[in-house]
Structure formats: C-alpha cells, structure tokens
Design a protein around this ligand. Sequence first.
Ligand code: NAD
Length: 486
Amino acid sequence: MPASVETKTLKNFIGGEWIASKSDKTEAVPNPATGEVLAYVPLSSREDLDRAVEVAKEAFQSWKNVAVPKRARILFRYQQLLIDHWDELAKLITMENGKNFDEAYGEVQRGIECVEFAAGAPTLMMGTQLPDIATGIESGMYRYPIGVVGGITPFNFPMMVPCWMFPLAIACGNTFILKSSERTPHLANRLAELFKEAGLPDGVLNVVHGAHDVVNGILDHKDIKAVSFVGSQPVAEYVYKTAAANGKRVQALAGAKNHSIVLPDADLDLTVTNIIGAAFGSAGERCMACAVVVAVGDVADELVSRLVKACEEMKIGNGLEKGNFLGPVIRDAHKERTVKYIEIGESEGAILVRDGRKDDAVSGEGYFVGPTIFDKVKPGMKIWQDEIFAPVLSVVRAETLTEAISIANESEFANGACLFTDSAKAVRQFREDIDAGMLGVNMGVPAPMAFFPFSGYKKSFYGDLHANGRDGVEFFTRKKMLTARY
Ligand code: NAD
C-alpha cells in the first residue's frame, strides 16, 4: 500500500484509542461533489470487531454502575461540545455526503437534540412502584441497561442517525459498537472523539469501520445483546431476521416511498416550497423524502408547472458553495442507477416534464443528477414502486382524497406521508385512513423530534420498538420486577 494511501486510511476507535484495522482491505471515500478522495476507510475484519466487543463488554461492567446523574452530566458536556463544533461537523457532513451546508447544519441540530433527550436519563430510567398490591406486599419495576449494543447506520444522515442510537443507549448504561456507513465514515470518528473529550470512559463507545463482514460479525456475536439498524429495505430485513434468529433484540428501520397528497384548496406557494424541499433536498436521499406527489382534482396542471419552474431556478453544485441547493448523489454508481430509473420511467409511459440528465452539472465533476419530475405516473409503475433515493419526483393524478389515500396505501413502504390542504375534515380523514407512521400536514418532511418515536410500518420497519423517544428507552433497557413482603 503506498504511503500516501496509508496516511489517509482511517482508524477504528476501540477502547478510547485509534487502532489500525487488522484487515488490509480498504475502500475509497470520495467527496461526491468533486470525486476527490478524502480518505480510505478500512473494511475491518471479524478480529477487529471481536476486539471491540471484548473492550465494550469489559467497559460495561463499570459503566452500568456509574450513577445515572453522573452519566447524564457527561451527556450535557457532550451536547455543549457538539454545539461548539457545529460548523466543523456540518462541513464534514457536506464533504462526505454531499448535502448542502444548510441541510448539514440542520442535521447537526437533529443530532444534538438526540443528545439533549438522552441527557434526561435520570427521568427516563425511572421505574414504577405500587406500595400495596396486597396487604403488606409491594411491587416495583426497576430499569437496567442490557449490555453491549451494536449500531449499523446508513450514509444519508452520518450524524443524525448514529445519534438516534449511541447517546441514548449509553445514557441508559449500555456500551456501544458503532458500524457507520463505509461511504460516510468521518462523522462517526469525530463524534466518538468528542464524546471522549466530554469525559466518556474508554471502551463505552467504539467505532469499527467496514461493510458486511463487520455487520455479520455484529449479528452473530454472542456478547452483543441488541442491534439497532437503519438502512435499505433488503438489508434491514436481513439484519432483522438474522439478529432475531441469534436471540438478539433488534430494531431495523428501512426504506421508504413517501407520498404527499395535494388537495385543490392547498396554499400552492407553501405547497411548492415544501415539496421542492422534501423531494430534492439532500438530493432526495432521505428516508422522509417526498418521492410521490398525488395531485387531487384540478390542482394538478398548475402544481406541476410550478414545480417544474422551481426546478429550473434551482442551483445545483457543491453544497459548500453558498446558494447551491441541490448537491450530488452519494456515488457514481448511484448516479448511474438514477439515470436508469429515468429511462425506465420513460419506457413505462410516464411523462418526463423535467429532465435532470440535461443540467450542466451532470457532465462535470462529481455525481450530480438534476431535479427530475415525471407527470401522469401510474401506481404499479416501477418508478412509483421502488425507492429511487435520488432527486426524482413522480406525480400521480387522482380524482378524490379517498382515491389519493388508497394509492398511497398501495405502496409496500409506510414511513411518512403528507397532506397539503386547508380543510380540517380532510386532515382528519387523512390521519385516520393513511397507512404510514409519520404524517405531515402542510409541511414536507415531518421527521419527529428526538423525544417522539421515529416510526414506520410495513417494509419501512422491522421490529417492535421504534427509534428515539420512550420506544428508544424501552429498546435499550430491560426491566426487573421486585415483589416484596417485609
Ligand atoms: P444500506 O442498506 O446500503 O447500508 C446501511 C448499512 O448496512 C451500512 O452500514 C452498510 O455497510 C450495511 N450494509 C449494506 N449492505 C449490506 C449487506 N449486504 N450485508 C450487511 N450489511 C450491509 O443503506 P444506505 O444506502 O447506506 O442508506 C440509504 C437507505 O437507508 C435508504 O433505503 C433509506 O430509506 C434508508 N434509511 C431509512 C431510515 C428510516 O428511518 N427508516 C433513515 C435513514 C435511511
């Protein structure tokens, strides 16, 4: 391996130290806006993972006994350090993921909010008691950590998604192995480093970089008690089945195909702004992205023409340059896949009203695809069905709200759904009848705050307890019941 490559190869964070992987396999991590290689990420081996688990298992013996308010104080210090490094973290996100700086800045905020929630551990960890379940007999529930937890995360939110997991797991007294996306490994390292600076004891949070070998190691390891996964649907299903078969607690958040329904009474200025943000923000690489608009009744023509106009005005380019809204997709292969989906949409007979293959940025450096809109898409078409995870928006036309809801409900995914309207009655019908976990009204991306669960259904989620909120606390703790006669 040439020295230039060697110096850029990232290390794992195990037991509070930077340790080179035992594997000599690496993968390049390019800046998707320029193609420039930022670093090489090690594709760590089982041996690396085993070492991390050993360290985390040992650290658990003392961390679980650290008083909960003391744990919380470290979280408070961590929160302040993240605030102090806000710009730096956001810049790092833009460099390795491609989303624009403002979006990256917002992502850092969402990560910090998770730390703030986790810092409430003394309240969150409380149990419940009943002093007299029978004469002279009392009963109480006590909450404890579960042990070593493994977290496997995707590329699209390199800070927020890991922050759904490790701050709360650790605040609850567990120790943690993070396997972040090999496509965005820098954030994980920086997050771990800052947590150590905040006073987290060595071995409580460990980062092992890599791909499926590390994932399979986590799923198999007898000393990992729970696995939290966020990523694409096929991998989520595999992780859920494998980890559960190995007796682990598992939550696996998966892909999406979110529908936004627009009624004729919607405020179109607000609707267009929100749909543009939701469909093309982060280059469509969000599990809460708006992938399909269902235009109801006579709103369709006006809505489509306004969406197209907004796309024409959109600035495409490196997200670090002010004013650029649409950044690149994550890799060249993902760009090619997106272009293929545009060809599929054309061959299926959908009307391509905005062709993102023709934008100037597409032929330059970086992995850019311009904003793309298909009109008159029909349910059942591949571009309607599959998660494209790119700046490609489908517009389906419907006659009524009831029909629009039933189109959305036909999707095999059920993460989020939005409604744009002025009618309370329509909102009620939408809330009652739509089959999705996270609903928005007159807004584009209704991602819940850290103190609420992040909940999808159907092929968007495998497991019982969702991420964040009370569900997260339940997931990262186990309970003991004490019934006593004195
Ligand atoms: P991905 O499934 O490719 O990767 C996720 C993680 O799984 C990574 O750490 C990766 O190394 C690992 N992995 C990938 N292939 C594997 C395999 N064959 N065996 C074992 N491990 C494997 O997902 P991605 O492309 O990084 O992220 C985008 C996906 O994540 C989208 O589908 C998006 O909808 C989803 N996502 C969902 C949510 C949610 O809350 N539901 C949130 C964010 C992202």
